[in-house]
Design a protein around this ligand. Structure first.
Ligand code: NI
Length: 151
């Protein structure tokens, strides 16, 4: 009994190790109806503005980055023509995606697709992050929305 549970634990740890993605959390995306109203509410909680709000033509949304305690929050204020505008209408102000930084976009995208994720955007520039940053969005019926960031 003891032996078999040890073997099981060992197998589990090997499986977990194998499946563990080498991806770091970059930010949590947070839908807001009005940027100018939401931002001060976050600031009064102690968040500081890391990147001022800019219009992202790919996401058709105003996007600002805030930081606190080593956590980064992306405020996303979608315009009416944005893909996530209906989500905002349905849910109101709410966190809605986690963005992971990947060092191996091809490998991670393939692995995630294998695990049941579907990409619902192409790989596109992310002007609010700046530089060479590109992102892709994926969705899983049991996980919701995930963003992958390539810098
Ligand atoms: Ni994001």
């Amino acid at each position: 009994m003891l032996l078999s549970s040890t073997i099981l634990q060992c197998l589990l740890s090997i499986t977990t190790e194998k499946n563990k993605a080498d991806m770091k959390i970059h930010h949590i995306g947070y839908l807001v109806k009005k940027m100018e109203k939401a931002l001060p509410r976050f600031e009064e909680l102690g968040y500081s503005v890391e990147r001022e709000s800019v219009y992202d033509e790919y996401r058709k949304a105003d996007i600002a980055f805030l930081a606190m305690d080593g956590y980064r929050i992306e405020l996303v204020c979608p315009h009416k023509e944005s893909d996530v505008y209906p989500l905002l209408k349905k849910l109101g102000n709410t966190p809605y995606h986690i963005c992971y930084e990947t060092e191996d976009p091809e490998g991670d995208i393939a692995r995630l697709k294998n695990s049941g994720y579907t990409a619902f955007t192409d790989i596109q520039p992310a002007p609010a992050i700046g530089g060479e940053a590109k992102v892709i969005f994926l969705i899983h019926s049991r996980m919701g929305i995930m963003e992958l960031l390539m810098t």
